[in-house]
Design a protein around this ligand. Structure first.
Ligand code: ATP
Ligand code: MG
Length: 582
């Protein structure tokens, strides 16, 4: 797959090492030890993510710098400096200790995207406990599965969401206390095992000595997105902050005067690694918007706060494309200087569109809940090959392995994407699933479950998840290639491609698409899109069938759930749908 044009990075000069103007040199000069030295560490030894994100700035001239600009969905806004967050997180750590929380205990959050979630996550880390953020749109089964599996002792939630927890209360023997955050002061009567966040915070001390944590102590657990099956609880340790810090600096290109906007919810790993730890360990001001996707709200946030660096996801970008350039014209977005994307393959069409629409390309990068931080990326000062995930982060070794995961494949050949284990933010275990965890490591490689290929220059190209790759007439076809071709058609907003069983070809390709506004479903349109695909794709990769849906099933983190499209098509069980969007 080769896509033109090649787009130049358009960002500030790098004044720091590694100098990514020269990728090879950057790889050679990079060392995780150097990154470690840029962090402070705890007084008297040890490492704690919350200390690196907040306390160390609260002790310097950055103390009065705004860390969080919070924009509520009702139009209200709040600001918190690093010093404010230092005090609030100290108070929260004291609250947890007063409830008997000890090092290693699990404390989960299940709240809206309000400032308290940041306080709770960081305060939990200060108390030495393991934090598990849950997405607020989860229903009772999703919440129950995760609280049961993790054995969480404390849950932080709101009057609006606690009714969901009440439905499952009898099935959570480990859960001792529920902290209710009532920022909108709705009338709510606390039940026996519930306590008020506001009341406890008011009486808690501003002073707190961080519970001593070491590099390898467990810090945060995130359940994966559930795109391919039942979500797994990937556990990360405190030294993961080295990865958050380094990649936020070198991939997201965060500089001291930036205003950064990450659209991910802290219920997903992107919302913590890059919505909390990455930017704040670099002392950067960030904007958080309480609401979900909305082209006009997002643009107005960018305009109001003069956002310079923006990190979002392909589904959102496709929705922005669908909303069109007219909306963009209503806002002044000139402050933007750098944009990144993660979570799904970023179709080349989306990169080309972003240059037309914003005058800037989205820089795709690849990582997983398990990897903790960005592993493969398009860097600021390098050319982008639209459709490619870029090259491995210095300090990370990636390879394409053969079917047995024993040998590296040469450039151009498709195989299993693997990472040499040992980067600091690598997950240390799937909670309660040791065997599954062990099965992901072969000969010192972590097998990611994704298929990809590498080109002669070391750029990686995503093919598909191993489970999604289609075997048709003896050829392996990745859904991404077909989907990318389909969405180049002006009528197609999004596409999800699966293989369906076929007596002759083993599998044939079926595409599900949704249309952009203004297009009507018709047989002619389907025929035209098929003709269009035929011009773009190799004959074996052309969809035999195209079905138009109002929208495609997606996870709440915005990923197309091809396994659901397949299960529905074949009348099979839908499996775990706890992360399915409404
Ligand atoms: P589950 O593991 O529960 O099925 P998931 O894999 O979607 O869910 P995440 O850890 O949130 O859970 O997502 C990581 C996956 O998302 C990657 O393995 C890859 O398949 C996909 N992904 C992320 N970023 C990119 C990217 N830039 N290009 C292509 N795919 C990406
Ligand atoms: Mg996964």
């Amino acid at each position: 797959m080769s896509y033109e044009p090649i787009i130049k990075g358009n960002v500030k000069e790098f004044s720091v090492k590694p100098n990514l103007l020269n990728y090879e040199e950057a790889r050679e000069s990079f060392s995780w030890d150097d990154i470690y030295k840029e962090l402070d560490g705890l007084e008297g030894g040890g490492l704690n993510i919350a200390y690196e994100a907040i306390d160390r700035h609260a002790k310097t001239s950055l103390r009065e710098k705004v860390a969080l600009y919070w924009e509520g969905k009702d139009g209200n806004s709040e600001q918190y400096t690093f010093r404010d967050l230092y005090i609030l997180t100290n108070r929260f750590a004291n609250v947890l200790q007063s409830l008997g929380i000890k090092k290693g205990d699990r404390v989960f959050t299940y709240t809206d995207r309000t400032p308290e979630i940041f306080v709770a996550i960081l305060g939990t880390l200060k108390a030495g406990a393991v934090v598990g953020p849950l997405f607020s749109a989860f229903g009772p089964d999703a919440v129950k599965d995760r609280l049961q599996d993790s054995g969480a002792r404390v849950l932080i939630t709101t009057p609006g969401l606690v009714t969901t927890v009440h439905e499952i209360a009898g099935e959570l023997p480990a859960l001792e206390k529920i902290i209710i955050v009532n920022r909108r002061k709705t009338s709510y009567e606390l039940s026996e095992n519930e306590v008020s966040y506001e009341r406890l915070m008011e009486s808690a001390s501003e002073e707190f000595e961080i519970v001593k944590t070491e590099k390898e102590d467990k810090a945060i657990m995130h359940y994966t997105s559930g795109t391919t099956g039942k979500p797994k609880g990937a556990v990360h340790v405190h030294q993961a902050v080295m990865g958050h810090y380094a990649t936020a600096k070198y991939v997201l290109d965060l500089h001291p005067d930036d205003i950064y906007f990450c659209t991910a919810d802290p219920g997903w790993v992107t919302g913590t690694s890059y919505g909390i730890f990455g930017p704040w360990s670099n002392g950067i001001s960030q904007v958080v918007y309480e609401g979900g996707f909305s082209a006009s709200h997002w643009y107005s946030v960018i305009e109001k706060y003069q956002v310079t660096v923006w990190y979002t996801a392909p589904t959102a970008i496709r929705m922005l494309m669908k909303a069109g350039e007219k909306v963009i014209g209503k806002y002044n977005l000139k402050s933007l200087r750098y944009m990144c994307s993660v979570g799904e393959p970023l179709n080349p069409e989306a990169v080309v569109w972003s240059v037309e629409a914003f005058g800037l390309p989205f820089h795709d990068n690849w990582w997983q809940t398990e990897t903790g931080c960005i592993q493969i990326a398009n860097y600021p000062l390098q050319d982008i090959r639209p459709g490619s995930m870029g090259r491995p982060f210095p300090g990370v070794t990636a390879a394409i392995l053969d079917e047995d995961c024993k040998h590296e494949l040469p450039p151009g050949e498709e195989g299993n994407l693997a990472l040499k284990s040992g980067w600091p933010s690598m997950f240390r275990i799937y909670w309660n699933k040791k065997e599954l965890y062990d099965s992901k490591f072969i000969n010192g490689w972590y097998i990611t479950g994704d298929r990809a290929r590498k080109d002669e220059d070391g750029y990686f190209w995503f093919v598909g998840r191993a489970d999604d790759v289609i075997n048709t007439a003896g050829h392996l076809v990745g859904p991404f290639e077909v989907e990318s071709a389909l969405i180049e058609h002006p009528a197609v907003a999004e596409a999800g491609v699966i293989g369906i069983p076929d007596k002759l070809a083993m599998e044939v390709i079926k595409a599900f698409i949704s249309l952009k506004d203004g297009y009507e479903v018709s047989d002619e349109l389907v025929m035209e899109i098929k003709r269009f695909a035929r011009k773009k794709l190799h004959a074996v990769a052309c969809p035999k069938e195209i079905e138009i849906l109002d929208s495609l099933p997606k996870t709440r983190s915005g990923k197309i759930m091809r396994r659901l499209l397949k299960a529905r098509e074949l009348g099979l069980s839908e499996g775990d749908t706890s992360t399915l969007e409404d």
